[in-house]
Structures are given as C-alpha cells and as structure tokens.
Design a protein around this ligand. Structure first.
Ligand code: ARG
Length: 477
C-alpha cells in the first residue's frame, strides 16, 4: 500500500481533524462511543465565545493578522447563528462541538479557519467552555433562587398569626406559627444561595491557554483571554487547569443539597395534602389526575421534585466515581462529565421553578390544624412548664404529671383542656387550676421565648431578617 504522506484536512472530506498520523478510519462503534456532539452541542455559545477571545488574543500577539482575525470573527458569528437557527447538521464523524465549529468555520472562510486552533487544545477548550457554562447556569439559578425565597417570605408574611403544628417523628409536637414553619425552609434555601455564590467563585479561573497540558508554544496572553471571558485570573498551573473538575463537583453538591431541601419541603406538602391531614390544598395548576380513579387529584409535581433529588445525587455520584483515580491530566473519561452536568442544570432549574409554582398554588387550612392540635395533646409541654413555674415542681416531676394527664385523657377519651379540678387532683395528687385561655394554641405560641423561637415577636424579627437577606442578595453576588 502506498501511503500518501501529504494529506491535508478538508472539511467536507471523510478525514478527521486529527487524521495526520492515522491510516485507517475508526470503526463504527469507536465513532459511536467517541462522539459527544449528541449532548455537547449545548456548549456551542460558550465555545464560540471562548474561540473569539482566543482568536483576538492570537491577533494581538501577531500569530494572526488583523485581517485573519476579522475573517475568523465573521465566520464564527455566522456559525453561531446557524447553530442557533438549527441549520447545522451534527455528525458523529466530527465527534464534538469543538470540531463542528472549526470544520464549519473552515468551510465558510477557507484556510484561515484552520489557524484558529493555534496554541490551543481541546483539553483547555472544553475546560474553559464548561467553566463558562457552569457559571452561566448558576447566574440563572441565582435569579430563580431569589424569587423562590421571595415567594416563601411572602407566604410567611401573609399568613402571620396562622397556627401550625410542629412535628418530630411525624408525631404532633407543639403549636408553632405557620410563618415560623415556612421560614424554616426559607433559611435552608438561603444557605443554598450562599453556597451557590461559593460555587460561582470556584469557576473563576480561566484554563484557556493551558493547551494540551503544559502550555502553548506561542507567547500567548492568558491574562487577556481570562479578562475578556470574565474570569478573575488564569489558573496558575496548566496541568491542574485541564484536569480539574472541582467546580463541577461543587455544582453537583450544590444541586444535590438544594434538592434535599426541595424534597423535604415537597414531602411535607405531599403528607399535608392528604385527606387524612388536610392541612394544605394544592390547586389544579400543580396537580394531575388519575387515568382510572376519577376522584384523584395527585400532587405529582411535588412527587417528581422529590424523585429528582435521587437523580441529581446520582449525577454527583457519577462524577465522583468518574474522577476517582484518574491520572493527571486529561483523560477521555472526562468527556462524560457533561452528561451529568447538563442533566443536573436542567433539573435544578425545574426544581426551583417547580417549587415556586407549588407555593403559588397552595392554600393553608388552619381549621384542620387546630383540630389536630387539640387531639394530639400538643400542650403537654406547656402543662409541665406551668407546674414548674407556678407550683415550683421540679421539671422531671412536672413532666411525669403532664404525662399522666395525657394517659388519663387517653383512657377516658378526654382532651387536656376539659380536665376539671377533680381530674387534676386524681392525676397530680394536688389541685391545679389553669388561667383562662391557657389552652389556646395562640397562647402556647406566645409563651415560647427567645430569638429564633416561634414567639410572634421573635417571628416578626425573623421576618425582618429574612427580608434583609433577600435585599442583600437580590443583585449579583
Ligand atoms: N469532546 C472532548 C471532551 O469533551 C474534548 C476533548 C478531547 N480531547 C482529547 N484529548 N481527545 O472531553
């Protein structure tokens, strides 16, 4: 076989961009395994933005002429428009988005297009693209998080004074204000917003200019590209820059923790929405029907968001497992990272918007809550504390007396608030008389003391703290 030594890449031909040292084409399954265009086309905008920065820098250091840069700039702009309009046909033969953009650019502007990749590798290219992608996703999530927080706060403000039940072990524990319950979720998402700002920081160095792993053979200006792309600085180490996926790990952990909070909230809502509880009603906008049981109105959106917590945790675990034991620097395993990333970005968006939608379509039924409060002996702790305060009973003994009272009520099918002096004589061995209104849950809530408690004054202060958290985080972090 005569080998043709001078084979140049032609965009329309069958040859790969890296064909030079190869004699035969890859097998079909190799091509199928190799390709990432079926998913990484999602990077096209950031890929082209990074290419423009790279080309502008090449022109500044004299590797490209001003005229060549203009051509490349025009060509890349056209490629971006073509992809946006769905005009570009993707092919596994061209592997990934980077090759597609370069091949099409060369088709449009000719040989100048082949100069774009000077001093660059797909290793730093894909790294810079994913840094930009994660940062953009987080900026969008940030807006959605602030608006979710605002909706929770709005409900907490509008429902100030409404009573709710605090649970432990899913057993009735104590009356609380509904606002206090809602704010408990507010602070979870507030911490997720702080974590989001930390994760954005971890995308803040530019890998561009690291080339394959050791830097480029040109006097490239990494400060210039880093600055143009909005990074704080270039990575100080080119090997770390192409191998690092910590910013994606951070992203996945953030998404997983966010979803743990979403899933707990959804779980509460699903339980409270049952006929048995009836504390909340979800409107038609966020419920769906059954194909067989006509009476059903299921909280499917809350259930799906709960389910997605498993999915995003799966993506976190997938990346952790992928990265474990990878030798430095770039390995093709890393191509898979984008599958997890794109999926979790989509889930996080749906999670934030979906939960907000649920909270726009929820109604709280205080009457059902009040019924259960009295059935569930939620004021037993108040009784114990009353005995401590008024009778100087040691708390442990007071706890036993209140416990006996609950047992007495269960046996005699009574509620704590209807027990007579006589009953108390039997239960405690001494007469106990409670002041008027003692058993009103509103009074129980007001008896709670201290910052951070469900006392209405403390909750009012908490509402103010929540409001100033939102104001402090409303702009870009
Ligand atoms: N599509 C590849 C990825 O996503 C680009 C990097 C390819 N680099 C290489 N050395 N083969 O990781």
């Amino acid at each position: 076989m005569v080998r043709l030594y001078v084979r140049l890449y032609m965009p329309n031909g069958n040859m790969k961009l890296w064909h030079g040292r190869f004699e035969a084409a890859p097998s079909k399954i190799t091509e199928e395994i190799s390709e990432s265009i079926s998913f990484d086309h999602a990077l096209y905008k950031v890929d082209i933005r990074a290419s423009l920065a790279h080309a502008r820098m090449l022109a500044k250091i004299g590797v490209l002429t001003a005229d060549e840069f203009k051509k490349i700039e025009g060509g890349l702009t056209q490629v971006r428009a073509e992809i946006a309009e769905g005009k570009m046909a993707f092919s596994a033969a061209l592997e990934d988005i980077h090759m597609h953009v370069e091949a099409r650019l060369t088709e449009i502007i000719g040989d100048t297009g082949k100069k774009l990749h000077t001093g660059r590798s797909r290793n730093d290219q894909v790294a810079v693209d994913t840094h930009l992608f994660v940062r953009e996703a987080l900026i969008e999530h940030r807006t959605d998080m602030v608006s979710l927080l605002a909706q929770i706060l709005k409900l907490a403000e509008e429902n100030f004074g409404v009573l709710w039940i605090g649970y432990t072990h899913l057993q009735i524990a104590q009356p609380v204000l509904l606002s206090h319950y809602l704010l408990a979720y507010f602070w979870q998402f507030a911490r997720d917003l702080d974590l989001l700002d930390f994760v954005i920081q971890s995308t803040n160095q530019s890998p561009l200019g690291s080339a394959a792993l050791g830097g480029a053979n040109y006097p490239i200006d990494r400060q210039m590209t880093a600055h143009e792309l909005g990074f704080a600085a270039p990575y100080p180490n080119s090997m770390d820059a192409v191998a690092n996926r910590d910013y994606q790990l951070n992203y996945h952990f953030w998404a997983t923790r966010l979803f743990l909070h979403i899933a707990r909230f959804c779980e509460d809502i699903i339980i409270y929405n049952t006929t048995e509880f009836g504390y909340v009603t979800l409107s038609d906008a966020v419920t769906t029907g059954s194909s067989i049981m006509p009476q059903k109105k299921n909280p499917d959106i809350a259930e799906l968001l709960r389910g997605k917590a498993g999915r995003v945790n799966g993506n976190l675990q997938a990346l952790v497992t992928n990265l474990k034991g990878l030798p430095l620097t770039y390995n093709r395993d890393l191509q898979e990272d984008k599958v997890y990333l794109f999926d979790s970005v989509k889930q996080a968006r749906q999670g934030l918007l979906g939960l907000k939608e649920i909270l726009l379509n929820i109604q709280f039924n205080e009457a059902r809550v009040l019924e259960n409060l009295s059935r569930g002996f939620a004021l037993a702790t108040d009784i114990a504390d009353f005995l401590v305060r008024e009778k100087n009973t040691p708390f442990r003994d007071a706890h036993a007396v209140a416990g006996n009272a609950v047992a007495y009520c269960e046996k005699n099918q009574k509620r704590l608030e209807v027990l007579t002096k006589d009953d108390w004589q039997k239960i405690a061995g001494f007469a106990v008389e409670f002041p008027a209104g003692f058993f009103q849950p509103q009074q129980s809530v007001s008896r709670r003391q201290g910052d951070g408690s469900t006392n209405p004054t403390a909750v009012t202060e908490q509402l103010a703290l929540a409001r100033s958290f939102i104001i402090g985080h409303d702009s870009q972090g």
